[in-house]
Design a protein around this ligand. Structure first.
Ligand code: UDP
Length: 234
């Protein structure tokens, strides 16, 4: 039996033959609102794996260090093992979701600069927002590490805005996770329509997990459209 190191809401992390690596297995489970809304969406795991692998290859080609090694099958990816830094790094180009609600900004408002924010990775506490001095005060990451996270997140944003724009998609916001490895800080987790807001250019049709959160239907069709468009730009 394969050793499961960690089971998340939408992925399993399993031991690999080499202790330096592990295997991520994408599941078809979709969850929202701290897991209160949950459904199996056939094919979602394979779509997210394909989209995330495509993006991580593109980022590696553009000088971003990531955990990605290679795809093993439709839903499994071999990655470098890393010690996850327990904050989520969120980058926003356009107001939406919790940002719109919290600050009273209409969804769709283009921000004057990319906004970077942190959330503590804790399902128990509902991923509360946390600032840089609170993160260093709690010893979650050092000041130098946080500076690197912000600079890397902004670089990733620039690269992804460009990539998605070519694919006819607006990158509204997204969430990143990083880890410490032998190679320094590397991008971990996934970048997929589960962790990004992606709107079709021209129509603002949502192609991401908001289709699931807001019961808009056509969730996997939206994800499949994202993959098709990414592949069309090469
Ligand atoms: N996000 C995520 N996981 C989280 C929280 C947020 O992937 O635990 C993503 C979310 O899909 C969106 C961006 O981060 O693309 C910003 O999310 P927001 O803070 O607006 O929270 P939400 O409205 O998704 O609860």
């Amino acid at each position: 039996m394969e050793k499961v190191l960690y089971e998340g809401k939408s992925k399993l992390v399993c031991a690999a033959l080499d202790e330096q690596n592990c295997i991520i297995r994408y599941k078809d489970t979709a969850t929202a609102f701290d897991g209160k809304k949950k459904e199996e969406l056939h094919g979602k795991g394979a779509l997210n794996a394909a989209i995330s692998n495509f993006i991580y290859r593109y980022l590696e080609d553009n000088g971003v260090k990531t955990h990605f090694i290679k795809a093993l099958d439709e839903t499994s990816v071999l990655v470098k093992r890393a010690e996850i830094i327990m904050v989520e790094v969120i980058v926003r180009n356009v107001a939406a979701g919790s940002f719109s609600r919290k600050y009273g900004v209409p969804e769709g408002y283009w921000l004057k600069n990319a906004a970077v924010e942190f959330s503590l990775k804790s399902d128990e506490l509902g991923d509360p927002m946390i600032n840089a001095t609170q993160i260093t005060a709690l010893g979650i990451a050092s000041k130098a590490e946080l500076e690197e996270l912000v600079q890397t997140a902004l670089k990733i944003n620039k690269l992804l805005v460009e990539l998605f724009m070519k694919a006819g998609i607006k990158l509204i916001d997204f969430k990143l996770e990083f880890g410490r490895s032998g190679d320094g800080i590397i991008l971990c987790d996934e970048i997929s329509p589960d962790s990004c807001r992606l709107w079709e250019d021209g129509t603002d049709k949502k192609l991401d997990k908001d289709r699931f959160r807001q019961e808009l239907g056509g969730v996997t069709e939206g994800y499949a459209d994202v993959l098709r468009r990414l592949k069309s730009v090469g």
